[in-house]
Write a protein that binds this ligand. Structure first.
Ligand SMILES: [Mn+2]
Length: 346
Protein backbone atom coordinates (compact mmCIF):
# COMPACT_ATOMS: atom_id res chain seq x y z
CA UNK A 1 0.00 0.00 0.00
CA UNK A 2 2.67 2.54 1.01
CA UNK A 3 1.87 6.20 0.52
CA UNK A 4 -1.74 7.02 -0.33
CA UNK A 5 -2.84 8.96 -3.41
CA UNK A 6 -3.66 11.81 -1.09
CA UNK A 7 -0.15 11.82 0.37
CA UNK A 8 1.38 11.75 -3.11
CA UNK A 9 -0.82 14.68 -4.10
CA UNK A 10 0.26 16.49 -0.94
CA UNK A 11 3.92 16.00 -1.82
CA UNK A 12 3.31 17.33 -5.34
CA UNK A 13 1.58 20.30 -3.80
CA UNK A 14 4.62 20.99 -1.60
CA UNK A 15 6.81 21.02 -4.72
CA UNK A 16 4.37 23.18 -6.69
CA UNK A 17 4.48 25.76 -3.92
CA UNK A 18 8.19 26.13 -3.49
CA UNK A 19 10.30 28.65 -5.38
CA UNK A 20 13.70 27.98 -3.79
CA UNK A 21 13.78 24.48 -2.34
CA UNK A 22 16.86 23.04 -0.64
CA UNK A 23 17.27 19.28 -0.97
CA UNK A 24 19.28 17.09 1.39
CA UNK A 25 19.66 13.53 0.15
CA UNK A 26 21.43 10.24 0.83
CA UNK A 27 24.65 9.44 -1.01
CA UNK A 28 23.44 6.45 -3.02
CA UNK A 29 21.58 6.13 -6.34
CA UNK A 30 18.20 6.10 -4.56
CA UNK A 31 18.95 9.38 -2.79
CA UNK A 32 20.55 11.01 -5.82
CA UNK A 33 17.69 10.02 -8.15
CA UNK A 34 15.04 11.19 -5.69
CA UNK A 35 16.76 14.56 -5.70
CA UNK A 36 17.05 14.63 -9.50
CA UNK A 37 13.37 13.75 -9.94
CA UNK A 38 12.23 16.55 -7.64
CA UNK A 39 14.76 19.08 -8.89
CA UNK A 40 13.93 18.50 -12.55
CA UNK A 41 10.25 18.96 -11.76
CA UNK A 42 10.65 22.30 -9.95
CA UNK A 43 13.73 23.51 -11.86
CA UNK A 44 14.77 25.74 -8.97
CA UNK A 45 16.75 25.37 -5.79
CA UNK A 46 19.86 23.48 -4.62
CA UNK A 47 20.90 19.98 -3.68
CA UNK A 48 23.25 18.87 -0.91
CA UNK A 49 24.38 15.27 -0.63
CA UNK A 50 24.66 14.03 2.95
CA UNK A 51 27.67 11.74 2.92
CA UNK A 52 28.78 9.00 5.25
CA UNK A 53 26.30 9.60 8.06
CA UNK A 54 22.73 8.39 8.46
CA UNK A 55 21.48 11.47 10.29
CA UNK A 56 20.90 15.01 9.07
CA UNK A 57 22.10 17.10 11.99
CA UNK A 58 23.12 20.60 13.05
CA UNK A 59 26.29 20.40 10.97
CA UNK A 60 24.10 21.09 7.93
CA UNK A 61 22.46 24.22 9.32
CA UNK A 62 25.12 26.30 7.59
CA UNK A 63 23.78 25.06 4.25
CA UNK A 64 20.35 26.34 5.23
CA UNK A 65 21.91 29.69 6.04
CA UNK A 66 23.90 29.73 2.82
CA UNK A 67 20.95 29.06 0.49
CA UNK A 68 18.08 30.65 2.41
CA UNK A 69 15.45 28.21 1.06
CA UNK A 70 11.71 28.67 1.41
CA UNK A 71 11.35 24.93 2.00
CA UNK A 72 13.63 21.99 2.80
CA UNK A 73 13.14 18.53 1.31
CA UNK A 74 14.96 15.65 2.99
CA UNK A 75 15.14 12.56 0.78
CA UNK A 76 16.09 8.99 1.66
CA UNK A 77 17.74 9.95 4.96
CA UNK A 78 16.85 7.61 7.85
CA UNK A 79 16.98 10.35 10.48
CA UNK A 80 16.92 14.10 11.14
CA UNK A 81 17.95 15.49 14.52
CA UNK A 82 15.24 17.44 16.32
CA UNK A 83 17.84 20.16 16.84
CA UNK A 84 18.26 20.56 13.08
CA UNK A 85 14.48 20.79 12.63
CA UNK A 86 14.10 23.36 15.40
CA UNK A 87 17.02 25.54 14.35
CA UNK A 88 16.46 25.45 10.58
CA UNK A 89 13.40 27.68 11.04
CA UNK A 90 12.17 26.55 7.64
CA UNK A 91 9.38 24.21 6.64
CA UNK A 92 10.73 20.66 6.28
CA UNK A 93 9.24 17.94 4.08
CA UNK A 94 10.77 14.52 4.72
CA UNK A 95 10.36 11.57 2.36
CA UNK A 96 12.03 8.33 3.45
CA UNK A 97 11.53 4.57 3.45
CA UNK A 98 13.71 3.48 6.39
CA UNK A 99 12.32 2.72 9.85
CA UNK A 100 9.65 5.08 11.17
CA UNK A 101 10.88 7.94 13.34
CA UNK A 102 9.09 10.35 15.65
CA UNK A 103 9.99 14.00 15.10
CA UNK A 104 8.06 17.19 15.75
CA UNK A 105 7.35 19.92 13.22
CA UNK A 106 8.17 18.08 10.01
CA UNK A 107 5.85 16.98 7.24
CA UNK A 108 6.84 13.32 7.23
CA UNK A 109 6.12 10.79 4.45
CA UNK A 110 7.17 7.17 4.93
CA UNK A 111 5.59 4.11 3.24
CA UNK A 112 6.63 2.03 6.26
CA UNK A 113 3.46 3.36 7.90
CA UNK A 114 2.08 0.20 6.26
CA UNK A 115 4.07 -2.59 7.72
CA UNK A 116 6.61 -4.06 5.35
CA UNK A 117 6.31 -1.52 2.55
CA UNK A 118 9.79 -0.10 2.17
CA UNK A 119 9.74 0.58 -1.57
CA UNK A 120 12.59 3.00 -2.37
CA UNK A 121 12.37 6.76 -1.96
CA UNK A 122 12.84 7.30 -5.71
CA UNK A 123 9.81 5.06 -6.36
CA UNK A 124 7.60 7.52 -4.44
CA UNK A 125 9.40 10.55 -5.88
CA UNK A 126 8.52 9.24 -9.35
CA UNK A 127 4.88 8.77 -8.33
CA UNK A 128 4.91 12.44 -7.33
CA UNK A 129 6.46 13.93 -10.46
CA UNK A 130 5.41 11.34 -13.09
CA UNK A 131 8.33 12.17 -15.38
CA UNK A 132 11.94 11.02 -16.05
CA UNK A 133 11.15 7.32 -15.89
CA UNK A 134 14.77 6.39 -16.66
CA UNK A 135 16.07 8.31 -13.63
CA UNK A 136 13.45 6.67 -11.43
CA UNK A 137 14.54 3.22 -12.66
CA UNK A 138 18.19 3.97 -11.82
CA UNK A 139 17.28 4.91 -8.24
CA UNK A 140 14.79 2.12 -7.62
CA UNK A 141 16.78 -0.78 -9.00
CA UNK A 142 19.90 0.74 -7.42
CA UNK A 143 18.06 0.08 -4.14
CA UNK A 144 17.39 -3.55 -5.15
CA UNK A 145 13.75 -3.26 -6.05
CA UNK A 146 12.01 -4.07 -9.34
CA UNK A 147 8.97 -1.76 -9.61
CA UNK A 148 5.59 -2.48 -11.21
CA UNK A 149 6.47 -0.11 -14.08
CA UNK A 150 9.66 -2.00 -15.04
CA UNK A 151 7.75 -3.49 -18.00
CA UNK A 152 6.86 -0.03 -19.25
CA UNK A 153 10.53 0.89 -19.10
CA UNK A 154 11.59 -2.34 -20.87
CA UNK A 155 9.10 -1.50 -23.59
CA UNK A 156 10.62 1.96 -24.10
CA UNK A 157 14.26 0.96 -23.63
CA UNK A 158 14.57 -2.73 -24.59
CA UNK A 159 18.33 -2.34 -25.08
CA UNK A 160 18.76 -1.11 -21.50
CA UNK A 161 16.43 -3.59 -19.81
CA UNK A 162 15.54 -6.61 -21.92
CA UNK A 163 12.16 -8.16 -21.28
CA UNK A 164 12.28 -11.19 -19.07
CA UNK A 165 14.52 -9.70 -16.40
CA UNK A 166 12.81 -10.82 -13.24
CA UNK A 167 15.08 -9.77 -10.38
CA UNK A 168 16.91 -6.56 -9.39
CA UNK A 169 20.08 -8.62 -9.17
CA UNK A 170 19.92 -9.56 -12.88
CA UNK A 171 19.01 -5.98 -13.78
CA UNK A 172 22.02 -4.67 -11.87
CA UNK A 173 24.69 -6.98 -13.22
CA UNK A 174 23.46 -8.19 -16.58
CA UNK A 175 21.96 -5.15 -18.31
CA UNK A 176 22.99 -1.73 -19.58
CA UNK A 177 20.60 -0.18 -17.08
CA UNK A 178 22.82 -1.83 -14.47
CA UNK A 179 25.83 -0.06 -15.96
CA UNK A 180 23.98 3.24 -15.69
CA UNK A 181 23.21 2.53 -12.03
CA UNK A 182 26.90 1.86 -11.38
CA UNK A 183 27.75 5.16 -13.03
CA UNK A 184 25.35 7.03 -10.72
CA UNK A 185 26.70 5.14 -7.73
CA UNK A 186 30.38 5.75 -8.49
CA UNK A 187 30.18 9.45 -9.33
CA UNK A 188 28.97 9.94 -5.74
CA UNK A 189 32.24 8.53 -4.41
CA UNK A 190 34.45 11.29 -5.76
CA UNK A 191 35.77 14.43 -4.10
CA UNK A 192 33.05 16.80 -2.92
CA UNK A 193 33.74 19.37 -5.61
CA UNK A 194 33.53 16.70 -8.34
CA UNK A 195 30.37 15.22 -6.87
CA UNK A 196 28.79 18.68 -6.91
CA UNK A 197 29.71 19.18 -10.54
CA UNK A 198 28.30 15.77 -11.48
CA UNK A 199 25.05 16.51 -9.66
CA UNK A 200 24.69 19.72 -11.56
CA UNK A 201 25.41 18.05 -14.90
CA UNK A 202 22.92 15.27 -14.14
CA UNK A 203 20.14 17.79 -13.58
CA UNK A 204 20.54 18.77 -17.26
CA UNK A 205 20.94 15.42 -18.98
CA UNK A 206 17.89 14.33 -20.89
CA UNK A 207 18.63 10.83 -22.02
CA UNK A 208 20.52 7.84 -20.63
CA UNK A 209 22.36 7.54 -23.95
CA UNK A 210 24.10 10.87 -23.42
CA UNK A 211 25.99 9.08 -20.65
CA UNK A 212 26.16 5.47 -21.82
CA UNK A 213 27.25 6.36 -25.34
CA UNK A 214 28.97 9.59 -24.34
CA UNK A 215 26.92 11.46 -26.90
CA UNK A 216 27.25 14.94 -25.40
CA UNK A 217 29.99 16.84 -23.58
CA UNK A 218 27.91 16.51 -20.41
CA UNK A 219 27.52 12.77 -20.83
CA UNK A 220 31.23 12.42 -21.52
CA UNK A 221 32.05 14.28 -18.32
CA UNK A 222 29.91 11.97 -16.19
CA UNK A 223 31.38 8.90 -17.84
CA UNK A 224 34.92 10.09 -17.27
CA UNK A 225 34.31 10.77 -13.58
CA UNK A 226 32.80 7.32 -13.28
CA UNK A 227 35.80 5.63 -14.85
CA UNK A 228 38.24 7.36 -12.51
CA UNK A 229 36.64 5.53 -9.61
CA UNK A 230 35.52 2.39 -11.37
CA UNK A 231 39.01 1.36 -12.45
CA UNK A 232 40.43 1.06 -8.90
CA UNK A 233 37.21 -0.66 -7.88
CA UNK A 234 37.56 -3.26 -10.59
CA UNK A 235 41.14 -3.91 -9.56
CA UNK A 236 40.03 -4.54 -6.01
CA UNK A 237 37.17 -6.76 -7.19
CA UNK A 238 39.59 -8.96 -9.11
CA UNK A 239 41.95 -9.10 -6.17
CA UNK A 240 39.07 -10.07 -3.88
CA UNK A 241 37.93 -12.86 -6.20
CA UNK A 242 41.49 -14.18 -6.33
CA UNK A 243 42.72 -13.70 -2.78
CA UNK A 244 39.69 -14.08 -0.53
CA UNK A 245 39.59 -16.64 2.25
CA UNK A 246 36.86 -19.09 1.39
CA UNK A 247 35.78 -21.40 4.20
CA UNK A 248 32.89 -23.73 3.37
CA UNK A 249 30.09 -21.31 2.57
CA UNK A 250 31.83 -18.21 3.88
CA UNK A 251 33.71 -15.76 1.65
CA UNK A 252 35.90 -13.26 3.54
CA UNK A 253 37.98 -10.50 2.02
CA UNK A 254 39.58 -7.61 3.89
CA UNK A 255 41.69 -4.68 2.75
CA UNK A 256 43.46 -1.73 4.31
CA UNK A 257 42.09 1.77 4.42
CA UNK A 258 42.03 3.49 1.05
CA UNK A 259 40.55 6.83 0.28
CA UNK A 260 37.43 5.39 -1.27
CA UNK A 261 35.17 2.90 0.46
CA UNK A 262 34.04 0.09 -1.81
CA UNK A 263 32.82 -2.50 0.70
CA UNK A 264 29.11 -2.19 -0.14
CA UNK A 265 29.63 -2.42 -3.90
CA UNK A 266 32.14 -5.24 -3.56
CA UNK A 267 29.92 -7.34 -1.34
CA UNK A 268 26.96 -6.96 -3.73
CA UNK A 269 28.89 -7.89 -6.84
CA UNK A 270 30.75 -10.77 -5.20
CA UNK A 271 27.45 -12.15 -3.93
CA UNK A 272 26.11 -11.99 -7.47
CA UNK A 273 28.99 -14.23 -8.54
CA UNK A 274 28.77 -16.50 -5.47
CA UNK A 275 25.11 -16.91 -4.62
CA UNK A 276 25.73 -19.98 -2.48
CA UNK A 277 28.04 -18.10 -0.10
CA UNK A 278 27.81 -15.62 2.73
CA UNK A 279 30.00 -12.65 1.85
CA UNK A 280 31.97 -10.55 4.33
CA UNK A 281 33.99 -7.63 2.97
CA UNK A 282 35.98 -5.66 5.54
CA UNK A 283 37.94 -2.45 5.38
CA UNK A 284 40.37 -1.88 8.23
CA UNK A 285 40.82 1.66 9.41
CA UNK A 286 41.86 3.21 12.72
CA UNK A 287 42.00 -0.11 14.59
CA UNK A 288 38.59 -1.21 13.42
CA UNK A 289 37.24 -3.45 10.70
CA UNK A 290 34.20 -2.00 8.97
CA UNK A 291 32.26 -4.65 7.10
CA UNK A 292 29.49 -5.27 4.64
CA UNK A 293 27.78 -8.64 4.90
CA UNK A 294 25.58 -10.19 2.23
CA UNK A 295 23.74 -13.41 1.60
CA UNK A 296 21.27 -14.58 -1.02
CA UNK A 297 19.40 -17.24 0.93
CA UNK A 298 20.54 -17.38 4.54
CA UNK A 299 19.28 -14.77 6.97
CA UNK A 300 22.45 -13.18 8.29
CA UNK A 301 21.07 -10.66 10.76
CA UNK A 302 20.55 -13.27 13.53
CA UNK A 303 23.94 -14.82 12.70
CA UNK A 304 25.65 -11.46 13.02
CA UNK A 305 23.90 -10.80 16.32
CA UNK A 306 25.23 -14.09 17.74
CA UNK A 307 28.71 -13.51 16.32
CA UNK A 308 28.93 -10.13 18.04
CA UNK A 309 28.27 -11.54 21.53
CA UNK A 310 31.16 -10.62 23.81
CA UNK A 311 32.94 -8.84 20.96
CA UNK A 312 33.90 -5.19 20.98
CA UNK A 313 31.82 -4.05 18.06
CA UNK A 314 28.33 -3.37 16.77
CA UNK A 315 26.22 -4.01 13.71
CA UNK A 316 22.85 -4.76 12.19
CA UNK A 317 20.77 -4.09 9.11
CA UNK A 318 18.41 -6.06 6.91
CA UNK A 319 17.89 -9.81 6.87
CA UNK A 320 20.15 -10.43 3.88
CA UNK A 321 22.34 -7.31 3.97
CA UNK A 322 24.07 -6.10 7.11
CA UNK A 323 26.91 -3.88 8.20
CA UNK A 324 29.15 -4.15 11.25
CA UNK A 325 32.19 -2.66 12.89
CA UNK A 326 34.60 -4.80 14.95
CA UNK A 327 37.77 -3.87 16.86
CA UNK A 328 40.76 -5.37 15.05
CA UNK A 329 41.90 -7.19 18.21
CA UNK A 330 38.61 -9.08 18.20
CA UNK A 331 38.46 -9.75 14.46
CA UNK A 332 39.65 -13.38 14.39
CA UNK A 333 37.44 -14.28 17.36
CA UNK A 334 34.51 -12.59 15.64
CA UNK A 335 35.05 -14.69 12.50
CA UNK A 336 35.22 -17.89 14.58
CA UNK A 337 31.95 -17.00 16.31
CA UNK A 338 30.42 -16.12 12.97
CA UNK A 339 31.29 -19.54 11.54
CA UNK A 340 29.85 -21.27 14.60
CA UNK A 341 26.71 -19.14 14.42
CA UNK A 342 26.16 -20.19 10.78
CA UNK A 343 26.27 -23.85 11.83
CA UNK A 344 23.90 -23.41 14.75
CA UNK A 345 21.25 -21.49 12.82
CA UNK A 346 20.43 -23.97 10.10
MN1 LIG B 1 16.95 4.28 -0.24
Amino acid sequence: MGLSKKQIQELRNELDHSYNPLYFFDDDPDGLCSFLLFYRYVREGHGVVVKARPILDKQFLRKVKEYGPDKIFVLDKPDISQEFIDKAKTKIVWLDHHGLKQRNNVNYFNPMQDEGDNRPTSYWAYKVVEQDLWIAMVGIIGDWFLPDFADEFAEKYPDLLPKGIKTPDEALYETRLGELIRIFSFVLKGKTSKVKKCMKVLTRIDSPYEILEQKTAQGKYIYKQFQKLYKPYNKMLNSALKNAKVMDNLFVYTYNSRKVCFTGDLSNEILHKNKDKIIIIGRSKGGEMKCSLRSATKKIRPILKKALEGIEGYGGGHEFACGCCVKLDDWERFLEQFKNAIKSTN
